[in-house]
Design a protein around this ligand. Sequence first.
Ligand SMILES: Cc1cc2nc3c(=O)[nH]c(=O)nc-3n(C[C@H](O)[C@H](O)[C@H](O)COP(=O)(O)OP(=O)(O)OC[C@H]3O[C@@H](n4cnc5c(N)ncnc54)[C@H](O)[C@@H]3O)c2cc1C
Length: 384
Amino acid sequence: MTPLDWLIVGGGVHGTYLSHALIGRGGVPRDRLRVLDPEEAPLAAFWRMTSATGMKYMRSPGVHHLGLHPYDLRRFARKAASRGIPRFSPPYERPSLPLFRAHTDAVIGQQRLDQLRLRGRASALHRHGAVFRVETEHGSLEARRVVLALGVSEQPHFPPWAFPHPRLQHLFAPDFSRETLSSGPVVIVGGGISAAQLACALAPHHEVRMVVRHEPRVHRFDSDPGWLGPRSLDAFRRTSDLGARRRAITEARHRGSMPPEIAAELRLSLRSGRIQWIEDEIHQVEPTPDGLRLLLRKHPGPLDAAHVVLATGFEPRRPGPLLDDAIPRLGLPCAPCGFPRLPPSLAWAPGLLVSGSLAELELGPTARNIAGARSAAERILAAA
Ligand SMILES: Cc1cc2nc3c(=O)[nH]c(=O)nc-3n(C[C@H](O)[C@H](O)[C@H](O)COP(=O)(O)OP(=O)(O)OC[C@H]3O[C@@H](n4cnc5c(N)ncnc54)[C@H](O)[C@@H]3O)c2cc1C
């Protein structure tokens, strides 16, 4: 069989947007491109995680979406208004999650992006001359160009004291659902935007306690908007020391933060006593007949919970176990933190490209976001 021109591994926000850009802007024929992903539908992990939190509005502005033109979502919203979908929240015209989803579904439907998908998981990556072979559980696929858009959704972070228990779940685990939590006190571990949104969503029906290592951190975005342009990126790119780039990314990310309107909503619930904010660290958790008992470092007594939900984000390591053996086999260069060492074209090797967190050391702290998907696609299109 003739090899594909493009195989995108990962069909989340990044892989789906790139497939749109390559077809719509790059003129790649539809039958020359495929998106490999284990999920049933595009962006499945993103929809699952965003609905788990109970978030109502996107954190990012309305120009960040899966359409090709920055104002596509705004134009779509004019029509959507008549369908009763909530639209934007000021400032920065942040779209509601239902609007963002309706627009994404429309883009996927109009461009038939779902038809480009192959269901499966890449388990190994080999090179034969100018062609890559990707092994999956259904056989192998060959392509001249492979783009890794693996995301981090499959690597939720579990604190060291956590252990497998039906009442101890990660917010971003595929089987987490707010609706299935039984009545009784819920402890949420973490104090960032997702923890706060979950707390506000649960507060009307549950006694909620948030155990957080720090006081609330309020930031509009997860990194300063200067990182979307030359203001911060020029100096970042001039630094050839990748350890320094990693430190710059870590410093630039407002980890565990929430935007002002979520902080305001949370404050109301804290004042009314429906949510309790406990600044402390958990050092031990024990099962009880009704759930779990948490022992904290400073809190005088234990906390009993019917459910403990971890809103502790993702593991900071490089995504994709398939890379662990591909890196030495293909001689792919890595920084001391394990992430790809990349040129501006995002080509890790000739014909092997990356998007998302794998492109972080070149695109900076916004690489994982929707804006990062757009920047990565621009670089990949320019080089192709
Ligand atoms: C709750 C939440 C809210 C967010 N809100 C915003 C926001 O408002 N604005 C913003 O810009 N960003 C936001 N983000 C950040 C970011 O946009 C999302 O995390 C987004 O899902 C990243 O997309 P992705 O395609 O890189 O990763 P993922 O969504 O993780 O998708 C990657 C896909 O690759 C698949 N995959 C992994 N390994 C393999 C393999 N070996 N073979 C084949 N497929 C594989 C996975 O199964 C998955 O389907 C948010 C993130 C979260 C968690």
